[in-house]
Design a protein around this ligand. Structure first.
Ligand code: NOJ
Length: 492
């Protein structure tokens, strides 16, 4: 189907890093990822309901680079068979995809089930299985049914109830084909982008307030879906379920005790806010303390951080069968203020009391991805040690460029070095990391960056009505890594 090329290994020393010559362990799972809104298109076809990003891109085209939207995207709603063929030729063991909530429940609620939406996903999942590709299914990848958004979205706890009911429908109809479930994708991005910085839909800037409510509702929603799976489906379907949490590595900007402490505080506010309740119980203590102190000094009657009851703490704690980790970069963290300093209006950055920067020498083509493989290794080790040694699956990692070139040597360099760091974490640090997922299989709708940033192993021509797919060099390179389980020739 595709051009035949003879693959050559990247030299053992690539860039300034020495690559691991170890083999990926038996059972290690390689995959790629996508999400419904970013690839499917067909935004109003076959009974699908409107969702948050349909509304956001249609209402505020000025907030998206070049006014793009996901109405057609990669047209995977129609081209899913071709996508699965591409996956099969790539040789992946798993494929991470998401279900569009409003495609199967047009209003978000279970009183109206859209059979055509159900059929679409059953066809996709069945065909993946027939091709020996394990589906890893995300229930929610940012496409909230619009009615639920209008009712307050992720700041209203009722959303957790509706999510739980939706998840039950998904387990019921698709559970036969799915052994790995992910409840929610990247709550940190949703809560920070959607409800604090305003950089993602719904674009709210509820500084120092919205993010914490959003975190609270996400964690509750996740736990409810976990318990439904555990109580009603696990025994029969024998799958596993978790959440995907995203975080860069937070490295102290200097050895000063203030910066070292600030880096740990940053980890707790970014990663721990979501991971702590699920893996250890309750919010991280530093988050509880800082927000309480500042809320009081700001004149609030109670902390801006919602409190869990003891019953909720116990209900949420332990609701994960593995740790799904998304990561793209590293930040240098400095101390900014103590909890009782710089009091004024609510502000998440001041709650943390940290400031963040990057080293300009770190390779990068877009502001949010930097090639820092040692940061990835540290992050893996930190997650493993901090959260009681969970099995870790890297559910997203990848390189963004602006050109979308087919000769994407930078992408190969980035992924090679990150995979090498992963091998070091596994063999040298003893981290139980069992899978790695490239974001993304295809160039796709990159949220507010529209189609201006490309992350695919496969190029998609968005000017062409046919959305022609062309594998990039990184696709053939990754195909060889999966086949040989090696990054360098000496490993063979
Ligand atoms: C985060 C999200 O899960 C995904 O939707 C996005 O496209 C990639 N990472 C890259 O930004």
């Amino acid at each position: 189907m595709f051009k035949f090329i003879v693959f050559l290994f990247i030299p053992c020393v690539f860039g300034d890093a020495t690559l691991s010559n170890r083999t990926f362990p038996d059972g290690f799972s390689f995959g790629t990822a996508t999400a419904a809104y970013q690839i499917e298109g067909a935004w109003n076809e076959d009974g699908k309901g409107e969702q948050l990003w349909d509304w956001y891109t249609h209402t505020y085209p000025d907030k998206i680079d070049l006014g793009y939207n996901g109405d057609v995207a990669c047209d995977s709603y129609h081209k899913w068979q071709e996508d699965i063929q591409i996956l099969k030729d790539l040789g992946v063991q798993h494929y991470r995809l998401s279900i569009s909530w409003s495609r199967i429940l047009p209003n978000g609620t279970v009183n109206n089930i859209n059979q055509k939406g159900i059929d679409y996903y059953i066809n996709v999942l069945k065909t993946l299985k027939e091709n020996n590709i394990e589906p890893m299914v995300t229930l929610y990848h940012w496409d909230l049914p619009i009615i639920l958004h209008q009712m307050g979205g992720w700041t209203n706890p009722i959303t957790a109830e509706y999510f739980a009911e939706y998840s039950r429908i998904a387990f019921k109809y698709f559970g036969e084909y799915v052994k790995t479930w992910i409840t929610l994708n990247e709550p940190q991005s949703t809560c920070w982008g959607g409800y604090d910085s305003g950089s993602k839909a719904p674009g709210y800037t509820l500084a120092g307030l919205g993010l914490y409510e959003c975190a609270y509702v996400h964690v509750l929603a996740h736990a409810k879906a976990y318990h439904i799976y555990d109580n009603e489906f696990r025994a029969q379907q024998k799958g596993r379920i978790s959440i995907v949490i995203d975080s860069p590595w937070a490295e102290a900007a200097s050895n000063s005790s203030e910066d070292v402490e600030a880096a740990q505080t940053e980890r707790e506010f970014v990663l721990g806010l979501y991971a702590n309740p699920i893996y250890l119980g309750n919010w991280p203590q530093v988050v509880i303390d800082n927000v309480a102190t500042r809320s009081e000094l700001e004149g609030f009657a109670q902390s801006r951080l919602p409190q869990f009851t003891q019953e909720q703490i116990d209900y949420i704690n332990g609701t994960a069968d593995f740790f799904g980790l998304n990561t793209y970069g590293t930040n240098l963290i400095s101390h900014l203020n103590k909890p009782n300093e710089n009091i004024g209006v609510p502000n998440y950055g001041l709650d943390k009391g940290t400031s963040s920067s990057v080293d300009p020498s770190w390779p990068s083509d877009v502001p949010w991805v930097h090639q820092v493989p040692w940061g990835f290794r540290k992050l893996l080790k930190y997650v493993y040690e901090q959260y009681n040694h969970p099995e870790i699956i890297v559910t997203e990692n990848g390189w963004a460029d602006k050109t979308g070139t087919l000769t994407d040597i930078d992408r190969q360099s980035y992924i090679t070095q990150y995979l090498s760091a992963l091998l070091d974490a596994y063999y040298e640090d003893g981290v139980n990391v069992t899978g790695y997922t490239v974001w993304s299989l295809l160039d796709n709708f990159e949220w507010t960056n529209g189609y201006t940033q490309k992350l695919g192993l496969v190029q998609v021509d968005f000017e062409d009505a046919n959305r022609t797919r062309t594998p990039k060099d990184s696709y053939y390179w990754f195909q060889n890594v999966i086949k040989t389980k090696c990054l360098v020739e000496e490993c063979l």
